[in-house]
Design a binder for this molecule. Structure first.
Ligand code: HXC
Length: 282
């Protein structure tokens, strides 16, 4: 990777050039937001990358960048809720690349809606993308990884998988399932040489999440006050940790979930900075 390429892909700066040389990666929802940043990082560090998403318009930015940078990128129209579309993408990649080494289950859908008003279709839509989609992709690409006796899967969850979060019962329930899936598949597939980990980002600057979850400045300000480090994360900070988990630096780590949330899930202090807490004991 040249200096200027490394400079352009912030998430890739922290790992040695060529970290993913020869690796073949699939990133669901890899054309936008965090998925795009993970895809760019993998490309900049030498991987071949296939992005799977429903909307071909989402493929264009990475394909254009790949053309400029000489990266090997493929884009396939897939709805992760439809196992048949995943199977045909896997067949296409088997034919083109002879296999897949890395699967990043990043595709998700989310919006804020009180549980009592959430329609059946809305529940199914979000749970279908996040939970079913993660399983269907893991099953499909996992079969080939088992055959190859190597591979790794990274799932994107959220800290509300275990804390819960009012307003996103569909996403929180799905992410809790994905967390359980991460640990289950890690245990089940470790004998096949497959690692399965997860990352749990807190609020970060992402168009998809921003538009749906914290669209107004007022909400953003409330959220910021709940983040001990005082700001939202950035796409490249989250993607950098994803790349680290996928790199050989994490080769002995499986079934884990890395929280990157600026301290949002830490307990709040019950006194102000500088305030003295006096004991009443004589
Ligand atoms: C209430 C809504 C809604 C909303 C959709 N629906 N948006 N209900 N409030 N804002 C309902 C629809 O009315 C419909 O139900 C059902 O959901 C399906 O909607 P469609 O648009 O027809 O379906 P689909 O194309 O499958 O849309 C999927 C989607 C969409 C999830 C609804 O928002 C999407 O694809 N989003 C992807 C981008 C995204 O959200 N990314 C952010 C992920 S962030 P009815 O009953 O009317 O038919 C994340 C965690 C971040 O996951 C955590 C940080 C802390």
């Amino acid at each position: 990777m040249s200096e200027s390429e490394a400079d352009g892909v912030l998430a890739a700066r922290w790992l040695p050039a060529g970290t993913f040389e020869g690796q073949r990666a699939v990133v669901t929802g890899g054309g936008t937001g965090l998925g795009l940043e993970i895809s760019r990082g993998l490309c900049a560090l030498g991987a071949r990358v296939a992005i799977l998403s429903r909307n071909p318009e989402h493929h264009a930015p990475l394909l254009a960048e790949a053309e400029r940078c000489g990266w090997q990128v493929r884009a396939i129209v897939v709805d992760v809720r439809e196992p048949d579309t995943i199977a045909s993408a896997a067949a296409e990649l088997q034919e083109a690349w002879g296999g897949v080494d890395i699967l990043v289950n990043n595709a998700a859908g989310n919006f804020v809606c009180p549980a009592e008003r959430l329609s059946t279709n809305a529940w199914r839509s979000v749970v279908g993308i996040a939970l079913d989609g993660t399983f269907f992709c893991s099953r499909e690409f996992g079969r080939a990884m088992i055959h190859a006796k190597a591979g790794q899967i990274l799932n994107v969850v959220a800290t509300y998988a275990w804390t819960g979060m009012p307003g996103v019962v569909h996403s929180a329930s799905a992410k809790a399932g994905v967390l359980a899936m991460t640990k289950t598949l890690a245990a089940e597939w470790a004998p096949h040489g497959i690692r399965v980990n997860a990352i749990a980002p807190g609020p970060f600057e992402s168009k998809g999440a921003g538009l749906n979850l914290w669209p107004e400045e007022e909400i953003q300000d409330v959220l910021k006050r709940l983040i001990p480090l005082g700001r939202f994360g950035t796409n490249d900070e989250i993607a950098a940790q994803c790349l680290h988990l996928l790199s050989p630096a994490s080769a002995w780590m499986t079934g884990e979930c890395l929280v990157i949330d600026g301290g949002s899930t830490l307990p709040r202090p019950f006194w102000e900075p500088g305030q003295r807490v006096r004991s009443k004991r004589k």
